[in-house]
Design a protein around this ligand. Sequence first.
Ligand SMILES: Nc1ncnc2c1ncn2[C@@H]1O[C@H](COP(=O)(O)OP(=O)(O)OP(=O)(O)O)[C@@H](O)[C@H]1O
Ligand SMILES: [Mg+2]
Length: 507
Amino acid sequence: MVARVNTVAFHGIDVQTVDVQVQIANGLPAFNIVGLPDKAVAESKERVRAALHALGLSLPPKRLTVNLAPADVAKEGSHYDLPIALGLLAAMEVIPKEELEEYLVLGELSLDAGIRAVAGILPAAMHATANDNRLICPESCGGEAAWAGDLDILAPRDLLQLINHIKGTQVMGRPTATLGDQGPMMVPDMAEVKGQETAKRALEIAAAGGHNLLMIGPPGSGKSMLASCLPGILPPLSPREALEVSMIHSLAGTLPDGGLLKRRPFRDPHHSASLPALIGGGHKVKPGEISLAHNGVLFLDELPEFARATLESLRQPLETGDALVARVNNHVKYPARFQLIAAMNPCRCGHLGDADLECTKVPRCAADYQAKISGPMMDRIDMQVDVPAVKVSDLENDTPGEKSSVVAQRVQAARQIQEDRYAQYEDCGYGVNAYADGKILEDIAPLEDDARALLNKTMERAKLSARAYFRVMRVARTIADLDGGAGILTKTHIAEALSYRRVSMGS
Ligand SMILES: Nc1ncnc2c1ncn2[C@@H]1O[C@H](COP(=O)(O)OP(=O)(O)OP(=O)(O)O)[C@@H](O)[C@H]1O
Ligand SMILES: [Mg+2]
């Protein structure tokens, strides 16, 4: 007799149904799992055997075969324990086979028959909703699964509770959707940053339009501090964005408390991060930092200290909004539409331009240091601002600066204007100016005559690339949106946007 239970396999955020077939046949006692299992799946038989033993059940001394179909798709992860155990229980006629139809089952078993949390529940639940399936998942993942729609969900604590429910002796309720508790937001307030008005304004524009920003300045001028203020002025995630980014975090196993993310991600990997850690990959092709920063911010502090190959690998995702990880037998794509915020010193000693402090190797050392960021990479950064050393008069100044909450309101208003604007372009897939392109950009950023003249003249003189030309237009659009979103872009908007491009650096 063959019992069948459905579960899933993951390819990036794509989900495929896997049919777990369990057969108990006469023959020498054996327990085999076939269908390209990885080590975690192969070890599953020990956990399943122990969990059933904990319930007072022992496996029959027969030939047990578990096939994970389709057999040519690699199966990774520990979530196959529960479907295998249920398949065995059905084959042993402990539970009726028909009861398991229509369910997708995921869960890891502990030796005492408890059901432990696994990664990827949210995408699996979305897949179940799309296919009119029901879902069985661990109790601690129930709050996450419930966001996927009004599908039937069972979230048992342990195997015994699940068996009792299936037999009808103890009925479980549906779990309720939960938001992950990400704790209080421990970020400095913009009001604590003294001086640096240009950098603060640039940060506000970047936050409003989702633009990439590079801050360049001497040590201790407040670059890292400014970047860490950013989460305090960014708007919260919209429900659609929260679902998108939570799917990725679900696969990476980084969802807080098994609930949906509510705060925009802010990822700040150390400069020693490897290429797979940043882009994605590794043994199990996990999402990288750029995908975990989807719909949020990737902050690269000390930009030139990152390995060259690692930085260059960001070029393609910065344009496409996807991270494509290619393997010999696997191509996996994760969404990676992030906003790049970076900080760097202008040279190795950090004091370029300060006659008293700069070292003797100027200007050669500055040129060498800045050359670590390639021209094409610099071209992709919409705004490049100088963050000079703080003046003593600014430090002494006790007048309180503007609070993050006030800036956040302006950012939120500008984001609302953008959201309404892009809602008119169905399926454009974005809601901020940073991604507007082609025909849409032409439509949304009409230029006054003298604004166009200024842009064209600067483009020719500074030899800006076509990419930079359009990026300036997008930043100008955001500046106008912060002004209240008047339709046409004026010379002032373009002039301010151009002031954020350091044409002397990069390409
Ligand atoms: N503009 C400022 N206003 C108030 N405090 C500041 C300012 N700039 C720097 N500080 C103080 O100096 C500390 C260090 O600043 P921060 O780490 O941001 O410098 P940095 O520009 O990132 O330097 P580095 O180039 O060495 O990384 C901050 O934690 C803060 O206490
Ligand atoms: Mg710093």
